[in-house]
Design a protein around this ligand. Structure first.
Ligand SMILES: C[S@@+](CC[C@H](N)C(=O)[O-])C[C@H]1O[C@@H](n2cnc3c(N)ncnc32)[C@H](O)[C@@H]1O
Length: 358
């Protein structure tokens, strides 16, 4: 079988390393996605372990197609009765780049029609309201790829996430940055913790905890997937956890955020490693710790003292050996660009600035 996992366009090499680390055979690397091959246990491992992938899809077929009749025939030729669990509604999710077939509603209609016809041989398709499966259609320069979701909820939904702050970072993005910029240190520090994310992801990477170990996946509903494989891979993942000596310190000025962060840390089983306290960053004295943080940026949370915060951030970053900050703040002082390495990253629709020091 062939599989595809998508990530952020600048993280494909990080995802590639994640695939290689699991000893999975890579077939192609594109900006945004990696194509790999394997069997059902490959699919299970990919879902359990890839920190930077948004989902894991099975590639059911690929072909050059330029008109709707051929699209219908091609989709109809796939063995949907084998792959789709009973009574699941099919949501068709097309992504088109530079192709003759470009009208999204028509593509959705044709693909759905072909699948329903194959499944029922009838015009009536009986499904349960709460059962839904995504079929992704990628068309790039007329090459159509038909993909079946195996993950269900996007993989950034970690199991420990109960409550979130107003301005949370996606875990796939956070772990991608953590894997991209490696700071060797015994103490990591985030003075703007919000509800969670950065240090939980960091501790999970350091302890080699599989990011999706306790969540459920769509593939568990597939008749053709042996459920013992998931249990076996979960057990294997547990045996791979490492002991670490690192400490992680988190602060936030908002007491509510501190309480939420504590709940999330406990849920992730990391309360012996990550400590959270209420504190104002302007009063915290930075020593030799490694700072990795996502400071406020005056969009979702408005602050009067934002420039004072960025002035102190600049001074603190100048004094430490290694660290990074990721921000959407538009009026960031020019000296950040002069003194630190910077990348402008795309986070879906947004552009994020990422400053780092190594
Ligand atoms: C962008 S959010 C961090 C989001 C976090 N990375 C997450 O994923 O949930 C910024 C946080 O900084 C906190 N904050 C604002 N001013 C602060 C200050 N002076 N000292 C410490 N924390 C502050 C806010 O309460 C907010 O939770």
């Amino acid at each position: 079988m062939k599989f595809i996992s998508y990530t952020y366009p600048w993280l494909e090499n990080v995802l590639k390393s994640e695939v290689e680390k699991r000893k999975i055979n890579i077939l192609e690397i594109w900006p945004w996605f990696v194509v790999f091959s394997g069997d059902i246990s490959t699919m299970v491992k990919a879902n359990l372990w890839f920190r930077t992938a948004n989902k894991v899809y099975i590639l059911l077929g690929e072909e050059n197609i330029e008109n709707f009749d051929n699209l219908f025939d091609f989709v109809y030729s796939i063995d949907w009765n084998y792959f789709i669990p009973k009574k699941y509604w099919i949501s068709v999710n097309p992504h088109i780049v530079k192709s003759k077939l470009s009208h999204i509603p028509s593509i959705q209609k044709i693909v759905q029609k072909a699948i329903f016809k194959k499944l029922t041989n009838d015009s009536y398709y009986n499904f349960d309201e709460d059962k839904n499966i995504e079929v992704r259609i990628d068309i790039f320069k007329d090459k159509v790829r038909v993909l079946l979701d195996t993950s269900g909820d996007p993989l950034y939904k970690r199991w420990y996430k109960e409550n979130i702050s107003k301005a949370w970072l996606k875990e796939t993005l956070t772990s991608g940055i953590l894997l991209l910029t490696w700071c060797k240190s015994d103490v990591f520090f985030d003075p703007f913790c919000g509800s969670w994310t950065i240090l939980i992801e960091k501790a999970m990477i350091d302890k080699n905890i599989a990011p999706w170990i306790f969540r459920n996946f769509l593939f568990e509903k597939f008749d053709w997937v042996d459920k013992n494989i998931l249990e076996k891979e979960r057990w294997r993942a547990k045996t791979r956890e490492k002991n670490i000596n690192c400490k992680y310190f988190w602060f936030d000025i908002d007491e509510n955020m501190v309480l939420i962060a504590r709940q999330n840390i406990k849920k992730a089983g990391l309360e012996n490693f990550i400590k959270v306290e209420k504190a104002d960053f302007l009063n915290i004295k930075i020593s030799w710790w490694t700072m990795i943080t996502n400071p406020p940026y005056n969009k979702r949370i408005k602050l009067d003292n934002i420039d004072e915060i960025y002035e102190k951030l600049f001074n603190d970053f100048s004094n430490i050996k290694c660290g990074w900050l990721i921000t959407w703040y538009e009026n960031i002082n020019k000296k950040f660009y002069d003194f630190f390495k910077v990348r402008v990253l795309s986070n879906g629709w947004d552009r994020v600035k990422f400053f780092y020091k190594k």
